[in-house]
Design a protein around this ligand. Structure first.
Ligand code: MN
Length: 423
């Protein structure tokens, strides 16, 4: 389903008709409506932009025909059993092809004063090298009409790019903007290199709609692109590097300048009157699309040590990246401690996890704090792991980080009646 169809089905879209400057003009509109999709119809320089589109769990859940607790399991199921996608001959995406590329004609926003330039933030990279396909999110800082610098953390795209460079070649890439939720979520899942995220996307769509994800072959590179996309940039990650950043990241703090690969864009495909999807850095949609797809990995890891898990949540207060709550049905003394260790193993950036019993709703912050208030004693229930690898986005971490596990479950040998909430 295209984002156009999703937008039509939503009844709380904020439509902004006033002329909006892509340079610093977008962010105030998005901050004014953090949980509603905002459609900026009249971008200065032309084009239109949508953001805050997938800014809440319930919106993503309903787009995938499930509920909030069901979302983690739906994605986990898709990760465990990928499904083939379907090649289609044509798509609205191929209606317009631009060979004389000028990225300045797209309404690409500069979100914050400190940002190094205009940024494409909702771009899903599709790359294929020697039979291995990979989908992943990377921010793209535009530096010229067809030039950009891409933040490529050392994961899968990095590995494919390195393999291409070793043979003296550029890595062909397609960057899909405005894809459907299954593609967005699959691109942010943590799976092994070699596992095709398009097949995970297809499994998500099959679980929700009973249909595979549809994919078109791009005429220029032959790369696969999701047929739902609004805009696809086709180009190459070159062997050159240039400054990337600064960039306000998910934590709302500054990610500094680094030398990163240079992208050259050769071609653009787009629907007629395309909608540029943008993700506000540090906004709720960033939390959702970056954090939520990590929850299934934590769930899987915890289920390896505790069979019954009510739910896993990366909390909004922890930017859906650094802090988690795990709700379990403990069977043996020490299960909660094992769940803490497993949660850390499931998401390397995790810094703090609170484990609660299954009578506590992990999605309710007050219930979680209540569990800490009535079921937790620091001298017994707190686990600190020093010198571990954490997130580079946490300014308080210096190289390594201290991880904190809090066991807020009722001790197995306790009189459980004393711990029950009776009001
Ligand atoms: Mn991958």
């Amino acid at each position: 389903m295209s984002i156009r169809s999703h937008l039509e089905a939503m009844d709380d879209v904020v439509v902004v008709e006033e002329r909006t400057d892509p340079h610093l003009g977008v962010t105030p509109h998005l901050n004014a409506h953090p949980e509603s999709p905002v459609m900026l119809e009249n971008m200065a320089g032309g084009g239109r932009l949508v953001a805050n589109l997938w800014s809440t769990r319930s919106r993503i859940a309903s787009a995938l025909r499930t509920d909030v607790p069901g979302l983690t399991r739906l994605i986990a199921g898709a990760m465990a059993s990928p499904k083939p996608f379907k090649w289609v001959k044509d798509a609205d995406l191929l209606d317009n092809q631009v060979d004389k590329v000028d990225l300045g004609k797209l309404p690409i926003p500069t979100f914050y004063k400190s940002d190094g330039g205009p940024y494409i933030t909702a771009g899903v990279f599709i790359a294929e090298w020697e039979g291995v396909r990979n989908l992943s999110f990377h921010r793209v800082m535009v530096t010229g009409p067809r030039m950009a610098t891409v933040r490529v953390v050392p994961r899968h795209l990095y590995a494919l790019h390195r393999r291409a460079k070793a043979k003296g070649k550029d890595l062909p890439v397609a960057i899909a903007i405005g894809s459907c939720p299954p593609v967005l979520i699959a691109a942010a899942c943590s799976v092994g290199l070699g596992q095709d995220e398009l097949e995970i996307a297809s499994a998500i769509r099959t679980a929700a709609f009973g249909k595979p994800v549809e994919v078109v072959k791009l005429p220029g590179s032959g790369l696969a692109a999701p047929a739902t996309a609004e805009i696809v940039l086709e180009g190459r990650l070159t062997g050159k590097e240039a400054d990337e950043g600064p960039f306000v990241d998910i934590t709302g703090t500054i990610d500094p300048v680094r030398q990163q690969p240079v992208l050259e864009v050769d071609r653009i495909y787009h629907r007629t009157k395309p909608i540029l999807h943008a993700i506000l850095p540090g906004g709720y949609e960033h939390y959702m699309l970056m954090g939520l797809p990590k929850e299934p990995a934590i769930l899987k890891s915890v289920m390896g040590v505790v069979p019954e898990v009510r739910g896993v949540r990366l909390t909004e207060g922890g930017c859906c990246w650094l802090h988690a709550v795990v709700s379990i049905k403990a069977q043996k003394q020490g299960d909660a401690k094992n769940a803490i260790l497993a949660a850390f193993a499931g998401h390397a950036s995790l810094k703090r996890v609170i484990v609660v019993d299954d009578d506590i709703d992990p999605f309710d912050d007050r219930q979680v704090e209540w569990a800490l208030a009535t079921r937790f004693q620091a001298h017994d229930d707190m686990l600190v792991i020093e010198g571990a690898r954490g997130s580079s986005l946490d300014p308080s971490a210096s190289g390594t980080t201290s991880k904190l596990g809090l066991d807020a479950t009722i001790p197995m040998d306790a009189d459980r009646g004393l711990f029950k909430r009776l009001m």
